[in-house]
Design a protein around this ligand. Structure first.
Ligand SMILES: Nc1ncnc2c1ncn2[C@@H]1O[C@H](COP(=O)(O)OP(=O)(O)OP(=O)(O)O)[C@@H](O)[C@H]1O
Ligand SMILES: [Mg+2]
Length: 705
């Protein structure tokens, strides 16, 4: 071991050699100045001894002087280095300390510091023992960090390096250098804390995060991203962004990577990634280039927001909008068609009546009427899909309706198909037109049958479900609250995506022109929607199909239901009628039918003409037969105005598309209704019924409309 720092002056401040030489010379001087006490030989011996001691200690002193701070430059260095230096004994005595250490530890002067036990300089005295153990083993310790106590009691972080040396007497001493790292430590700690926070936020973020090299390699990915893409972290870190990009988005991504160095600001776009299972992941990707201090590209930080849910909802919305538009179109077309078919039907019937029973042309007319009936049926269905059908919603017990349908369903299905029932008891009622509800179940059952040509099982279940907000978020068009859910499932062929996406469109069918009209599900859709419910379907090719119908539950007062039977008799009369119809063919037909039935009919094309007729006097109709939708003043408004003038006036409305507002006003005032297209029988019957209506059923209260 070599001595690195100069020895200090002796502990008493006066060189030891002076003391020893002085002491040795005393007996020599005494023996010389007092000869009687010491004979010559004693004097010689004493002198020799004194000189020997002086020489020996002087030599020692000289030796010490060679490495002591006698060299002012060394001492200056010791004092001046911007680091605390000290020497201490293993027991803790501080032998020396430079000015810097005195200042670093905040002592008033060197003496006070030297008078302090070394272990008291440590916030935790065990720290000193720890580095001593290392020094014992290795001879030195480097960059040992410990908290040290300043004279004021304050604590600083210090880093010290210590080594053991031997002093002149061969005893172990420690030479140490100490620097204050409090500031650096707190900066480092702040950095560490910030890195830990960033790491935790990065890892736990509920959004995909990645650090990507300028060449496109993943450097860091968070758990969310791994889960969304279906890769393990280690797998992604071996991959490039391009490898997990959907083929159709590769070129845009590559372009950005190539030009990123020239751009500034974040880059944001909707993009498809490719999951491990090969399916696309729609995302909103925002990436920013982080630059090195000299401005070069360091890495990209990329934020990946999963848009799957949004895309799904957008698709649902588009689908619903499409159906809505198709519904409007279908409704409009059906309305015009119902007038045309009404005319065809009506005139065919009139011709038929003029023919003798044995006339062979009766059969031809019969065919015309049958074709007309089929067309009328189609129009009826279209109007149902378009939700423009006059309905009679009632509180119904779903289980009762479904059970009543059971026999019919079984007959429709045939013997190869089993029906499995799962009806939950004590369900609340729902409000729906019972006939329409049955139509829905039958349509679904027939579709299921067609999907199970080899046989299978049709499941019909009912249950009460609570539609919550998360369900509403997933299923557009649904509303929160209790619903009666009717599930109709089959074990049939199932449907591929492209079919599934279109099944509710009117006239969409995969069954060929002779087998299906493609109106079945369109009608189901219209009926369920009109009842305020929602329809949901799940299907996979080869795994059957499940339809779930949600009807809002009416929790109190479910009533029994009964369906009114219509009487097809053809009655006549002689009363005076006012007929208002804008469609010339329909007007002429109705005029003809009603005149044939014996009535005295005045016809008008619109409300204004009709009211003018009335105002001219002489016309006192027993019944107003009017189309609801007229140019200018509507049939309903006219009826209300006439009723105000003539309170007992009976009114029969004709309509091709009953809208709900007018129908509620109409019912409120006891107006009758006949749906177009109608036959001569139904018109005659409806007119007779309206004329025979009890006066008490006619309300004189003007409607809010
Ligand atoms: N349960 C089912 N299983 C498999 N495919 C179905 C099922 N239900 C409906 N589909 C498919 O949806 C299409 C449309 O059904 P929709 O009931 O509207 O019309 P359709 O049955 O073809 O004709 P229509 O009901 O007028 O006789 C069907 O052609 C069929 O491809
Ligand atoms: Mg069908």
């Amino acid at each position: 071991m070599t001595r690195r720092f100069p020895l200090p002056p002796s502990r008493a401040g006066i060189p030891a050699c002076v003391w020893f030489t002085g002491l040795a010379l005393i007996p020599a001087l005494v023996s010389t100045v007092w000869p009687p006490v010491s004979p010559l030989p004693v004097q010689v011996t004493t002198w020799a001894l004194a000189i020997g001691i002086a020489a020996f200690t002087g030599n020692r002193w000289l030796k010490g002087q060679l490495s002591c701070p006698a060299d002012p430059r060394v001492r200056d260095l010791f004092e001046g280095v911007p680091i605390g230096l000290y020497r201490s004994t293993p027991e803790g005595q501080i032998l020396d300390a430079n000015r810097n250490l005195v200042e670093l530890l905040g002592y008033p002067n060197r003496g006070t510091l030297l008078a302090t036990a070394a272990m008291r300089l440590y916030a935790d005295p065990a720290d000193r023992e720890r580095w001593k153990a290392v020094v014992r083993e290795k001879g030195e310790v480097r960059a040992f960090e410990a908290r040290m106590r300043r004279h004021s009691g304050g604590v600083i972080w210090a880093r010290q390096s210590v080594r053991a040396v031997l002093d002149a007497e061969g005893r172990i001493e420690y030479e140490g250098a100490i620097e204050d790292i409090t500031e650096r430590t707190s900066a480092e700690r702040a950095l560490r804390v910030s890195e830990e926070r960033y790491g935790a936020a990065f890892e736990q973020a509920a959004i995909g995060l990645a650090e990507v090299s300028p060449a496109g390699r993943f450097l860091r990915v968070n758990r969310y991203l791994c889960e969304r893409l279906g890769y393990a972290e280690a797998e992604l870190l071996q991959m490039t962004v391009i490898e997990v990009t959907h083929p159709e988005d590769v070129s845009a991504t590559q372009d950005y990577l190539d030009r990123a160095g020239e751009t500034s600001g974040p880059y944001r776009r909707e993009k498809r990634y490719l999951k491990k299972d090969g399916t696309p992941l729609w995302s909103l990707m925002t990436t920013s280039l982080v630059r090195t201090p000299d401005g070069g590209p360091a890495f990209f930080i990329t934020v990946i927001e999963d848009l799957s849910e949004r895309k799904r909802l957008e698709a649902q919305l588009l689908h619903a909008q499409k159906l809505e538009a198709v519904g409007q179109l279908a409704g409009g077309v059906a309305h015009d068609f119902s007038n045309l078919i009404g005319a065809i039907q009506g005139y065919a019937q009139l011709v038929e009546r003029t023919l003798a029973p044995e006339d062979p042309r009766r059969a031809d007319i019969g065919e015309i009427r049958k074709a007309g009936q089929r067309a009328a049926g189609l129009i009826h269905q279209l109007l149902t899909f378009a939700r423009r059908q006059e309905t009679q919603p009632q509180l119904v017990d779903v289980n009762g309706l479904v059970t009543n349908l059971g026999r019919l369903v079984t007959r429709v299905l045939g013997s190869d198909i089993k029906v499995s029932w799962g009806l939950t008891e004590d369900l609340p009622a729902i409000k729906v037109d019972p006939g329409q509800f049955e139509q829905v179940i039958l349509n679904l059952a027939i579709n299921a049958r067609d999907a199970m040509p080899e046989g299978g099982t049709l499941g019909i279940e009912t249950s009460l479900v609570q539609v919550d907000q998360s369900h509403v978020n997933r299923q557009r068009g649904s509303r929160p609250g209790p619903h009666v859910m009717v599930t109709v499932s089959d074990t049939g062929t199932g449907m591929p995506r492209e079919v599934l996406d279109r099944i509710f469109e009117p006239f969409f069918t995969t069954k060929g022109p002779d087998r299906g009209t493609g109106l079945g599900l369109a009608i189901c859709y219209g009926i369920v929607k009109q009842a305020g419910g929602n329809i949901w379907v799940y299907s996979e090719p080869g795994h059957g199909t499940t339809f779930r119908l949600y009807f809002p539950a009416v929790l109190e007062g479910a009533g029994a239901l009964s369906l009114p039977e219509s009487d097809p008799a053809l009655p006549g009369g002689t009363e005076r009628l006012l007929l208002v119809e804008d469609d010339p063919q329909m007007r002429a037909l109705a005029l003809r039918v009603l005149s044939d039935c014996g009535y005295d009919v005045t016809a008008a094309p619109d409300a204004e003409t009709a009211m003018a007729e009335l105002a001219s006097g002489g016309l006192d109709p027993a019944l107003l037969v009017t189309d609801l939708i007229l140019p200018g003043v509507t049939g309903l408004q006219m009826a209300q105005a006439l009723r105000a003038e003539k309170p007992g006036l009976r009114v029969l409305c004709m309509t091709g598309q009953a809208d709900r507002v007018s129908s509620s006003s109409r019912r409120q005032q006891g107006f009758g209704l006949i749906e177009k297209p109608f036959t001569a029988q139904t018109l005659a019957q409806a007119v007779r019924d309206a004329l025979d209506q009890q006066p008490s059923a006619i309300s004189d209260q003007p409607s809010a409309n």
